[in-house]
Ligand binder design. Sequence first.
Ligand code: FA5
Length: 337
Amino acid sequence: MIEKLNKIREKAKIEITESNDEQSVLKVKSTYLGKESEISEVMKQLKDLSIDEKKIIGKLSNEIKNEISDLIKEKLDVIEAKSSKKVSFDHTLPVDKDTGSLHPVTVVAEEVVSILKKMGFIIVTGPEMENEYYNFEGLNVAKNHPARDMQDTYWLENGKLLRTHTSPCQVRAMEKYGAPLRIVAPGRCFRNEDLDASHENTFFQLEGMVIDKEVSINNLIYVMKNILKDIYNKDVEVRLRPGFFPFVEPGFELDIKCLICDGKGCPTCKGSGWVELCPCGMVHPKVLEYSGIDPNVYSGFAFGIGLTRMAMFKYNIADIRVLNSGNINSLKQTGIE
Ligand code: FA5
């Protein structure tokens, strides 16, 4: 019996050494330590032995069982350590230099927001999947109003739409906070547009709005000039043209001299030397009224900067499509760290 037990021990040791995954180790465990194992059979025969033999064989059987059990535990620990090593992450390794950078639109958005925050603006957001009311009616754009055709809309099967501009954030903020109000709302917009060097179907705008007593166009121009000067680090030539938007009166188009061709004319500015960057105007009294603000007490201005275009001119990107392309080499040329 002693010889048999020693043989079992040696066989078990070999099988444990040769098992390299959890499943095979557990199989060895059940073979050598389970109820039907050879050692259990030996133990069952103890009753037929003399007291002295019982002591020797019983002790040896237990020793061997413990030894096998320890070896199995050790082996399982080794296997587990190896498998967890595969998914472990070494925080001390040096960072790969090619890890990417902020997107140019993000950089510009953060810059404009930080300028406006210093002037007391708060950041607000709104959903990209918007209700018709906030995208149009609340902004004085009634159903069948021709102004709706200016913004080719992606309508969704659930009756909602992909917001065509960030202006719905004006309405939501007026409803939520009332007057006085200073908000900035950067965000993604969608239009079913034909793509070209300056038009994308998915682009970013940044909405700004101020409502207070005695707000004037002068305040609007002051804010716009400050933003442009800080973003482009130089005085950018701008022009104001009358512009029509049902939610502002009077409304303007603020154009900047094309920074790609310096006003000479190129595909980006469609040969005109000027690029439309930021429509703006004094908030229409009806829009204030719709959101519960008394237009006899309060007035305000609003603007909608084309952030994607702003990023193009800051980083000298001649074609807007580069910005959504995910083309790392093109984006790298912006020099953003
Ligand atoms: C609007 O979207 C108005 N909501 C802006 C506004 C806000 C007016 C507040 C008055 C008061 P517009 O459709 O012109 O206006 O777009 C604003 C800017 O977004 C444009 O000047 C342009 O810079 C940018 N933009 C518009 N369409 C695209 C497009 N398809 N691709 C890239 N940029 C675009």
